[in-house]
Design a binder for this molecule. Sequence first.
Ligand SMILES: [Zn+2]
Length: 192
Amino acid sequence: MPTQTAPVLDRFRRAGALLEGHFRLTSGLHSPGYLQCALVLQHPREAEALGAAIADRVRDLGIQTVLSPALGGIVIGQEVGRALGVRAIFAERQDGRLTLRRGFRLDRGEKVLVVEDVVTTGGSTRETIDVAREAGAVVVGAAAIIDRSGGQQKIDVPFYVLAEVSLPTYDPATCPLCLAGQPVVKPGSRTV
Ligand SMILES: [Zn+2]
């Protein structure tokens, strides 16, 4: 699938949702980039535009319902559902397992699109696909705003993404940015 990486990432940069430099992540690892989808999705017009862009790619799939994993997928799932004119529901964790709650249900054979904000390993998208299949629905595709898996997401349905981002992480002891003498900052600090 063609992506529109550059304009999408410009939206992220404008919102401060994609920072480039030298960061100490909460994991303790260092990275040349920091991505936080919530910072772009906090602006409803940005969320709506990103949802419409995903919807444009999947409009021919006959989607009846959008299903997202909580919490990260809820806002963008809602916007994709709005643009497609279909339901948008979400799965959430109960006892560690993603499940449909709140009276949400899927019919046997219902055509579902799984939507997330960012795919890092593909794990939660795969888990959300399983939730739909266990309910008897047919997952016709999966979509995300950003794929940062480096193509390693192993999703077994057609996968649609608006942007691909490569953000390596480094052990501080061998971080090339540290070795180059570049000061490290915490994402969100004023010195960025
Ligand atoms: Zn470093």
